[in-house]
Design a protein around this ligand. Structure first.
Ligand SMILES: C[S@@+](CC[C@H](N)C(=O)[O-])C[C@H]1O[C@@H](n2cnc3c(N)ncnc32)[C@H](O)[C@@H]1O
Length: 393
């Protein structure tokens, strides 16, 4: 991720986009006027998903060079080629080849995975996507990049109702789920809410409701007393119910979650006193979620311990946890690289840049983590064969 930049050197959005942001801000302001300060999770929900105006709902370009950020499948084929090796192994173990991708972005991962799997590909590739605009983008990407496979793809409004067997894929989806923010103060824990300052939006505090207080106490336990006053962080009290909804009908199979995050003991380190919220605008990483609502992405790092716990409560085993670099090596990245020797030099150089971006610790290699939550699987998964980090959860 790029370094944080100061406000002064940020490119200004064009007037047309500022007007879109103003309309969304107007709706948020109206809610604050009617209901009082909004919990941050509700602000984040509106900023990202308000119909027609939210970051993921409006028709802006988000992904790639002309957008705000680049995800692993957009760098090239390597990420999807490695994942395809894991998917092929899982299809063999399960005797089923269905895939459900959640939050498919611009459709790059779907297109590249389908191309990599080729004729041995899934019987069905379903996409559960909440943005109507992105569904359209996904269709266009699939038609352009994977025309031979597009007929196998179906879009869902809700998770499948009927029992099914196969694999759930979710790359950079958990970080886009709205989170609540809390803060330690003189009077104990407080909820961080969003208020209208008259010159934009800003933070204010409110009482922490019971359900959030118990979620924070559960997550932090004795570590709470070690946190300095003014420590702010995030928690997603709805992760378990969301996971339950998307995995409920998965009778046998595995859900692979790839995202930036930490095990809990690193998530709530005392020195991480401003939390993990991060916003992206034109390839700059920023820490102000109130700037240009609807025009910048807002996300929070994932607490992978919370994900494993939520899975356990739903009868899903944590079948693997590692970082992205080791996952990709476990999935055969070395073999893919070995074949690069036959490529023209320019293509080899491009590939080496892609591999570095995906695997170097300072790029995506360690910041991104991979977790498999499985139901009814007994065999180990190759993606986790190089490094098992489950003991750190
Ligand atoms: C950061 S993008 C990741 C895109 C893509 N997976 C990739 O790797 O390029 C987040 C995606 O998740 C979608 N999304 C967020 N919450 C969702 C939910 N609850 N159900 C389905 N899709 C969701 C967004 O609309 C968007 O497509």
């Amino acid at each position: 991720m790029p370094a944080r930049e100061s406000r002064a050197i940020l490119p200004e959005p064009p007037d047309e986009l500022k007007r879109l942001s103003d309309r969304l801000s107007g709706r948020i302001r109206a809610r604050i006027a009617a209901e009082g300060p909004l919990p941050f999770s509700e602000y984040m929900e509106m900023a990202l998903y308000e119909p027609g105006l939210g970051y993921y709902s409006a028709g802006l370009q988000k992904f790639g060079a002309g957008g705000d950020f680049v995800t692993a499948p957009e760098l090239g084929n390597v990420f999807a080629d490695c994942l395809a090796h894991q998917l092929a192994e899982l299809a063999e173990q399960l005797g089923h080849r269905s895939i459900l991708e959640i939050g498919a972005g611009n459709g790059s991962l779907a297109a590249r995975v389908l191309n990599a799997l080729g004729v041995a590909g899934p019987d069905s590739y379903r996409i559960l996507e909440r943005s109507a605009h992105l569904r359209q983008v996904q269709k266009e990407t699939l038609e352009a990049l994977a025309p031979a496979h597009v007929a196998r793809v179906a879009w869902l409004d809700v998770p499948p109702a009927e029992p099914w067997r196969g694999v759930i894929l979710a790359n950079e989806v958990l970080d886009a789920l709205p989170v609540d923010c809390f803060r330690t103060g003189e009077q104990g824990l407080q909820r961080m809410c969003v208020t209208d300052t008259g010159a934009g939006f800003g933070w204010t505090t409110a009482e922490l409701p019971e359900h959030l207080a118990s979620a924070v106490h559960h997550a932090l336990g004795e570590r709470l007393v070690q946190l300095p006053e003014g420590y702010q962080s995030e928690i997603n009290p709805h992760l378990g119910s969301w996971l339950g909804t998307v995995t409920e009908s998965l009778e046998r199979g595995c859900a692979l979650f790839i995202d930036y995050g930490y095990p809990r003991r690193e998530y709530y380190l005392p020195e991480r006193r401003s939390g993990t919220l991060i916003c992206h605008y034109r390839h700059r990483a920023l820490d102000d979620p109130f700037r240009w609502p609807g025009l910048q992405d807002i996300s929070a790092f994932v607490d992978f311990t919370a994900l494993a716990e939520a899975g356990q409560a739903l009868g899903l085993d944590c079948a693997g946890y590692t970082n992205q670099a080791m996952f990709l090596f476990g999935c055969g990245l070395e073999d893919i690289w070995a074949q690069a020797g036959d490529l023209p030099e320019i293509e080899r150089l491009r590939l080496s840049t892609e591999v570095c971006e995906l695997t170097l610790p300072g790029a995506m290699g360690e910041k991104f983590q991979v977790m498999a939550l499985a139901r009814g699987l007994s065999e180990p998964l190759r993606g986790f064969s190089m490094l098992d980090l489950r003991h750190r959860l």
